[in-house]
Each structure stands twice: as C-alpha cells, then as structure tokens.
Design a protein around this ligand. Structure first.
Ligand SMILES: Cc1ncc(C[n+]2csc(CCOP(=O)(O)OP(=O)(O)O)c2C)c(N)n1
Ligand SMILES: [Mg+2]
Length: 733
C-alpha cells in the first residue's frame, strides 16, 4: 500500500515548533489503532474464557500515545497505571508480551503469570512494575526522580560494589531524564496523589503527572471525586509546576503538551501536570456494565469523541491516507493482534514449583554465614559520632543504632536517611549555632551534619510519602533508610508497605525490587505512653511475604542487625523498642564498623533445662528477670531464647530447645489474640507434639490498647510477674 509504518522507537519526537509530518501522524494512528485492536482481541479471549480479566485503554489512546512519543524509552522512566496499554505499546512493549500476561504464561515478561493483564513492567524500557492499587505509583515516580537526581550529582554512588546489595542493583541514569506517571481522575482523591505533588513541587523534580480524565471512576462521576469537577483547578497553586489542560482525544495536542512538559522537566524547572480530558469508550472493565449508571445520551456523546475516529477522519480529510490505505493499515494491525494472541496462547504456563521464587532476593541471603561476624566483634575502631563521644564505655541501643547509621553512610554513598524530624535542622544555616534535632528519639542525630542535607533530610508529615518514595528510590538501586516516627503512625504507610514495597520483587518475577529499610520505634512500658505511643503489632508485618522483620532487644544486636538490614537485598522493617533505647540492660561496647548478625538466628540469652521461653524485644529483660526469680526461688531452670528477627525466625533454635526441655512458653508484649506467639505456638504444637510434656503457653498483652494511667498500663502489658506465673504454672505439669 506504500505506507511505511515505523516502530514507535524509530519515530523521532516531533519538533514542538513545526507541524507533525504525515509519517508521524500515520504512526500515531497506527499505534492508537493497534492498541484498540489488542483490547478487542483480549475482550474476545476473555469471552472465550482463555484469559481471566480485561481492562482497556479505549478512549485514552491519543493521550497515551502522545505521552509516549514525547519521551525516550529506556532513558526516561515510566510509572503507568492499569489502563495504559497504548502508552506501553508506544514505549515498546510488544503485543505478544501483552497477551503473554493476559494468559498468565510462564514467559510473561512483566510478571511470569502473577499479575493481571496490563499490569506493566519492563526493565529494558524502564517501566517499573505497577500494582492494581490506585495512585500508589505516583509516589514511586517521585522517589525515582529523586534517585536520578542524586546519581547525577553523586555519580560515584552508582558504582557496583561487591559484598552487599549493590552487587545486584545496577544503576543507570541520565542528567536530564524525565519520570512519567499516570493516574485516572478518580485516583486523584487518594492522599498519595497529593503527597506526591507535595514533594515533586517542593523539590522541583522532573516528574510528569498525567491525569487521564475519563469522567468516571468505575461508576462514580468526576464531580463526586473532585470538588468542582476539575482537578486542574485544584492543583493550580502548587509552585514550580508546568500545567497543561488538554483535549485528551486530540493526539497532536497531546503530543505537544507532553513535549512542553518534558522540556520543562529536562530543563530542571520542576514537575509538570498534564490533565487530559478523554473518554471511556467501553465500560470500566469487562467486569463492569456502564449501561447500569450512564445515560444513553452520555455514552453516545463519548462515542462521538472517540480519539480513533477523530484521527482517522483527520488522515482522510488532510489527504494523508486514502480510505484504502487506512483499511490496509487496520488489517495489518488486526493480523498483528491475532498473531500475537495465538503465540501467547501456545506459551507454556508457569510451574507450580516456581511460586516461591522472588518472594525474597535470590541473590543475597541475609541468613547466610557471610553476615555472621559476631565472633569478630569489638574491633574497637572509631564509632559514629554519638558513640565516640562516650569512649569505650558500654553504649546504649540508641547510641549503637546511631553509630551503625554513621558507619554505613560513610561506607555506602547510596544511603539516604529521611523521615519526620530526622534531620538535625532543615534550615541548615542554623546548624552553626544549634545542636540539632536528629529525630524525636535522637537516633539520627549528627547524620545531616556529617553527610549533608542531600543525604539526610526531613520528609513532609506523611507516612505513605516516606515509604512510597523509598520504593522509587530503591528500584533505582539506592538504599533509603527511612524512619517512621512511631509505630503507632505506621498505618498510613501500610498500603505502600504491603502492596508495593514487599511485593515489588515477587509481582515483577524478580525484575524489580525495593530493598529499603524502615526503622520504627515501637512498644510501650513508657509510663504514660498511652494509646498512641505504645502500640505493638509486629505480627501484622510478619504476615507480609517479601518483608523481613527485625526486633532486637539490646544494643549489640541492634547494631549488628541494622547493618545486615542495610546491606540486605530485601526490604526490612526494623523495629526498635523505645523503652530499650536507653536502658541499662543490654548496653554494649561499640563493635566496629563491620559487625553484622545474620537474620533468622536467635540467641539463647539464658541457658536452662526445664522450660523454653521464646521471646523478643522488651519481653527479653522481663523474661530474664522472671527466669532468675524462678531459679532462685524454685530451682526451675528456664532457657530464654531471644528470637532477634521475627521474619525469618530461628525455628531450629526453638525446636532444639523444646526437644530438650519439653515445655515451652512464647512471650511477647503485643496483644495475645492473633499475635506473633499464636503462629509459633501452633507450629510447635504441630511439629514438636511428641516432644512436649505440657501444653504450649502464650503470654501477651490484654486484648486492648495501652491506657495512659500507669496502673492500667501495668495491668495491660505483660510484666515479669506475668512471666513468672506462667513458668510456675507450666512447671507444675
Ligand atoms: C486503592 C484502591 N482502591 C480501590 C480500587 C478499585 N478500583 C480499581 S479502578 C477504580 C476506579 C479508578 O478510577 P480512575 O482513577 O478514574 O481511573 P479509570 O479506571 O477511570 O481510568 C477503583 C475504585 C483499587 N484498585 N485501588
Ligand atoms: Mg476515570
């Protein structure tokens, strides 16, 4: 037919000054049309029950192709959402790859059969794995842009280094790269959307926020989600942004808008916001029927604005293609879609045995002997700032955590530390005259002063912001070591932790990972800590596959385990008991800058032959106290096992001890019901039943929150007496 159709990558972005060439207009139409045919083919496959879900880009194609063609695949970065088929097609995802995901094939390059169709991921194209959660990805885009800027300013940090996660987190970056992230207009109601605009604006980050406004969030019309019905009006006062509100069904207008947005970002002027009004030609997904909530007139009006029809009319009107040439182009697209579907349907399905692969890093095992430097401890070299100020005297847990942060930041330029109040002073000019804040518990004290404001800084008061950005940082190979100020306030970040941070590796079948560290002060026994400064809840996080959960009880363990957490290739939740920060119990000399403890290795802190007491955190000193009383007063020998890490945990140590004693108590501070001890007790009952001479006992807090009045707090939380009573009860069996 004489129409040379180039690939998306071969199409050089149009010059924003001149008009689009006929060739460019044809290529745009081809991509839009092919995207629609791929959707239609998928719909057919779904109706034939050969695939299991379908959601389409129909009506969004002009906006998405415009965005793609303004950017550079494999150079710029993409955090799309589930409706971005035309975007990803134009960026370079092949139709076959798309259908491989739809059928759930083993060879699905985005997820290996783990994610629904159109849940994009491509390492070579810099498309970071996306979830189904609306708007989580915008915070990842922000963190990604921060990482790109950081590597540009600190290229030495990009170096591959053996011996820790850096051996497996390769880094590429370009000084003028742009990060694109897309959401629907309904998703702009999510707090994470606003939290992302906040940081992108404040830090002038090169992020293009694209809002694909089709007027509906499933059945909910735009005015319900967006006061006044127009998101552009609401965001207009964010500083440093380039704004564009466009007809998202006009492909050329879209391309131009994204080109201008990219120019603004590449010039370092700040982020851009492109709000495209498009249409939803089909229902929300194949699980939805929009006739149930949209009038016929409204649906017809949308159909009249179909970007495909508009583009086709233009090609004909301007004499760029004849009807016959359009027909040929469309038939070629139809064939391409059909062939791709056939290929995918013939692809092998994933092996059931592959299911556990990539829950955790396949490269670096934090339980391995490589992290076992315990015996070489006490090297005596220079500790971090706050530890050194105390000479060789035993240090508190707070000191040795701070020392580890200093040591590791010195060793690894990829580490950034941020959170609420963690900087010494955001207004750095004050540092010459003030001591600095360095965290509400002073755990990050002196870090900003030593490493500067680019590496240690305060975040907005927004926990999802902290963790969501950490996902973006860490997919780029950085090591964010962030702080959530109190465990009690981790909840806004749980969406990011559960659905994003911990899942990134598994859902992308190992292509992406976000091995960040989240440090969190936790727990009670504070005398007045009350409901919102005393919470525990570790079992909620040990229930998340992909996340390591660490809970040290003393200064030395905290130092060695934090080092392992930082060098690890998995995301780690590092729980620090507030009451233990400055206790006399568990102080230790500074163990040197390379002291580490492997995960999953408990420690017998008191040997004994009569009863095993499995515990961790603040219950360790309380259990020891009770055990010593039991020995002194009743001659009962309790073996106290401090688990130190909760996921993974040291089953071998538990089993060995229980086989010896035949009696076991599992004790923790958190509430008894559904607590961490329930799992351990159940497994002991299951696998060690024949070794037991008595029922498995559990100790935990009452099933309430922790009250303010100390009389109540004491009664709610387990005390040494509670443990002693359980020891005596159990020994009576
Ligand atoms: C956090 C979250 N809540 C709810 C859902 C279920 N859900 C999926 S899509 C959707 C509507 C999204 O609407 P919009 O952002 O306008 O995007 P559109 O689908 O219209 O392109 C909802 C509620 C989800 N995926 N994630
Ligand atoms: Mg919508």
């Amino acid at each position: 037919m004489g129409v040379a159709v180039s690939s998306a990558q071969a199409l050089s972005p149009a010059n924003s000054a001149g008009g689009l060439s006929p060739q460019q207009l044809i290529e745009i139409y081809r991509l839009m049309y092919l995207s629609r045919r791929l959707d239609d083919r998928e719909i057919l496959l779904k109706r034939q029950q050969k695939i299991f879900f379908q959601i389409s880009a129909a009506g969004h194609e002009a906006l998405q192709v415009g965005a793609a063609l303004a950017l550079k695949p494999g150079y710029d970065w993409y955090f799309p959402y589930y409706r971005d088929r035309a975007l990803c097609l134009a960026v370079g995802v092949t139709p076959t790859d798309m259908f491989l995901q739809a059928v759930g094939a083993a060879t699905d390059p985005a997820s290996g059969g783990r994610q629904m169709p159109t849940h994009w991921s491509s390492r070579s194209l810099n498309i970071v794995s996306t979830s189904s959660s609306t708007a989580t990805q915008v915070l990842h885009a922000v963190g990604c842009a921060e990482a790109g800027r950081y590597f540009t300013r600190h290229p030495e940090a990009a170096a591959r280094v053996e011996g820790d996660y850096r051996a497996y987190r390769d880094v590429t970056f370009h000084g003028d790269e742009v990060v694109l992230t897309c959401v629907g207009e309904g998703s702009t109601s999510q707090g994470e959307f606003w939290e992302a605009l906040n940081t992108a604006s404040n830090q002038k980050l090169p992020v293009i926020f694209c809002v694909e406004d089709n007027g509906y969030a499933i059945s909910v019309p735009v005015e319900v989600n967006t006061p006044g019905g127009n998101i552009s009006k609401l965001v207009a006062n964010f500083p440093n942004f380039h704004f564009a509100e466009i007809d998202g069904t006009d492909a050329e207008a879209c391309l131009r808008a994204f080109q201008a947005a990219a120019e603004h970002c590449r010039a370092g002027l700040g982020p851009a916001f492109v709000h495209g009004h498009c249409v939803r030609v089909y229902s929300h997904s194949l699980s939805d029927d929009d006739k149930l909530y949209r009038s016929a007139a409204e649906r017809e009006a949308d159909a009249m604005r179909d970007p495909l029809t508009k583009m086709q009319m233009r090609l004909l009107r301007e004499g760029i293609l004849t009807a016959e040439q359009i027909n040929e182009l469309e038939q070629a697209a139809e064939r391409e879609a059909a062939e791709a579907a056939d290929q995918a349907l013939a692809a092998p399905l994933p092996e059931v045995s592959s299911i556990p692969r990539h829950v955790y890093s396949e490269d670096l095992d934090p339980t391995s002997a490589a992290f076992a430097t315990e015996r070489e401890q006490l090297a005596g070299s220079n500790p971090g700032k706050s530890a050194s100020s105390k000479g060789s005297a035993p240090h508190t847990m707070a000191d040795l955590i701070n020392a580890c942060l200093h040591d590791e930041m010195r060793r690894d330029p990829r580490i950034v530390v941020y959170g609420e109040d963690v900087a010494d002073a955001s207004r750095a000019e004050a540092l010459s005259e003030v001591k600095g804040k360095g965290g509400v518990f002073k755990l990050t004290s002196g870090l900003q002063t030593e490493f500067g404001s680019e590496r240690v800084f305060n975040s907005p008061l927004a926990e999802a912001n902290i963790v969501g950005r950490a996902v973006g940082y860490s997919v780029r190979g950085m090591k964010p070591v962030v702080e959530i100020q109190f465990f009690d306030y981790i909840w806004p970040a749980v969406h990011q932790i559960h659905n994003e941070l911990a899942l990134m590796r598994w859902r992308s079948n190992g292509a992406w990972a976000s091995p960040a560290v989240i440090r969190v002060p936790i727990g009670g026994y504070l005398t007045g800590g009350a409901i919102y400064h005393s919470q525990s809840g570790e079992s909620i996080f040990t229930h998340i596959p992909g996340l390591r959960v660490v809970f040290p009880s003393n200064a030395l363990d905290a130092n060695g385990l934090l080092r392992t957490a930082i060098r690890c290739d998995d995301p780690v939740l590092f729980l620090e008991h507030k009451r233990l920060y400055r206790e006399t119990y568990g102080r230790a000399p500074y163990p040197g800058p390379d002291f580490s403890i492997p995960f999953g290795k408990g420690k017998i802190v008191l040997p004994g032959n009569h009863i095993t007491l499995v515990t961790y955190g603040a219950l360790v000193p309380r259990a020891l106290q009770a055990a010593k009383t039991a020995k002194r007063e009743k001659g009962i020998e309790v073996e106290v096992l401090d688990l130190r890490t909760l996921s993974p945990y040291d089953w071998e140590a538990i089993a060995t001890s229980v086989r010896k004693t035949s009696r076991v108590i599992v004790a923790h501070e958190d509430m008894l019901s559904w607590g961490y001890g329930a799992e351990i007790a159940a497994r002991i009952a299951d696998e060690l039943f024949d070794d037991l001479d008595a029922p498995v006992k559990r100790i935990g807090a009452m099933d309430t929150f922790v009250a303010y009045q100390p009389v109540l707090e004491d009664a709610i939380l387990p005390q040494p007496d509670t443990v002693l009573k359980a020891i005596l009860d159990l020994s009576a069996y």
